[in-house]
Design a binder for this molecule. Structure first.
Ligand SMILES: [Zn+2]
Length: 397
């Protein structure tokens, strides 16, 4: 009803082309017309003319502005989204880059694309490449970075609502962040199950198999199934963990500041999370390049949940370009927290040296692999939907 009135009064004004009336379409561009239609059918909630600009929470659009805000009473719950960029300083190899040892190791398996490793159909036929990668990436092989300790620092300061990570390296836990504070959106090596009967296996059980270069088979499953046991890493076409769906709505609603670190926000549904916070909630990007910006086409249509760092309407998004570690140090310096951060890093290093238990020595994964290549191809019982890796959830390494 009020929608109807608004439309009528708007069309009675002197700006027919800008009004939400599809009937007076003579002078409208196709985009205006589309926007009018969307507005009329409530597919888009607002345009700038009829909405008050959201409250501006940052005193300036800069890293200093973000630091001032973090130190204020208004900023209690910080949500962090992180991706591969937070782990590059740890030396985690990019298995997609030719020339790295890992990529070359995997080439002998004749993978059409390195990401086939995360195709469940491929895995059931030939699990060896995945377990080669798993051995390489297994938690314990790599040290946490400054960026990971920054997460721990936010937790210690009582400001961390949750970390949403795309990484499967487990380095958030290595840095000491409480498991309750982490959502491993693309899964984890900490739990494992049989791909057929879903029986669970412990981390220790799996670790032993992986480091002995044995393919882990279910102790219950009989012939006729693959009986493979797989860490709960999310493969293409697999659903994200239930924990992701259980927590994301409340976390992003409660979020006072969103920090996006080391991800180019290309993988869905993870990338869409940036739009899940309130319209006034400030967002800080720490990354090598800008990303997550509003698609101009979507903006014209009235959907505006992407980041806006540079336009004259920018009011809450700040970019800190560079490596994650440098960005975190820079921010901590402005917060007066740099000493605390460096102490966490130093303590972590010390602990690492003293721990012999979980730090498994890296071994040359090339050994013994050839003998495993003649695995019987298991009967394919389930036909899996093959998803486009760009569109699908994918483990981000
Ligand atoms: Zn089983």
């Amino acid at each position: 009803m009020s929608e109807e009135n608004a439309t009528n009064s708007a069309s009675a004004s002197e700006e027919p082309a800008a009004a939400g009336n599809a009937e007076t379409s003579e002078n409208q561009s196709p985009m205006d017309l589309l926007q009018s239609l969307l507005k009329k059918f409530s597919l888009t909630s607002e345009t700038e003319e009829d909405v008050e600009p959201p409250e501006k929470l940052l005193d300036e659009l800069s890293v200093t502005g973000v630091a001032n805000y973090i130190l204020s009473e208004k900023c209690k719950n910080i949500v962090v989204m992180c991706g591969a960029g937070i782990s590059t300083a740890a030396g985690i190899p990019d298995f997609r880059s030719p020339g790295t040892g890992l990529y070359d190791n995997l080439q002998k398996y004749d993978l059409k694309n390195p990401t086939d490793i995360f195709e469940i159909t491929y895995f059931k036929k030939n699990p060896q490449p995945f377990f080669t990668l798993a051995k390489e990436l297994y938690p314990g092989n790599y040290k946490a970075t400054v960026g990971h300790f920054f997460l721990k620092l936010l937790e210690d300061k009582g400001k961390l609502q949750r970390v949403y990570t795309q990484n499967i390296d487990g380095l958030e836990r290595v840095a000491g962040v409480d498991g309750e504070k982490i959502v491993e959106a693309h899964g984890t090596f900490y739990t494992n199950q049989c791909v057929d009967c879903k029986r669970s296996y412990s981390k220790e059980w799996m670790k032993e198999k992986i480091f002995k270069d044995e393919i882990p088979y279910c102790e219950d499953c009989k012939e006729g199934t693959s009986g493979l046991v797989k860490p709960d890493i999310v493969f293409f076409g697999e659903a994200l963990p239930q924990r992701f769906f259980n927590l994301r709505y409340d976390d992003f609603q409660a979020c006072d500041l969103l920090i996006v670190m080391g991800t180019s926000l290309k993988v869905q549904p993870f990338a869409s999370l940036v739009g899940g916070v309130d319209a006034k909630t400030p967002r800080l990007l720490i990354n090598r390049e800008l990303c997550g910006e509003t698609d101009p086409m979507m903006l014209m249509m009235g959907f505006n949940s992407g980041m806006d760092f540079e336009s004259e309407k920018a009011y809450r998004d700040v970019a800190l370009l560079g490596d994650c570690d440098d960005g975190c140090k820079d921010l901590c310096e402005k917060l007066g927290w740099l000493e605390d951060l460096l102490k966490l890093v130093a303590d972590g290093d010390k602990q690492n040296e003293n721990t012999t238990d979980d730090v498994t020595k890296k071994t040359d994964t090339e050994d013994k692999m050839d003998s495993k290549l003649s695995l019987e191809t298991p009967t394919e019982k389930v036909s899996e939907k093959k998803n486009d890796p760009e569109q699908s959830n994918s483990p981000n390494l």
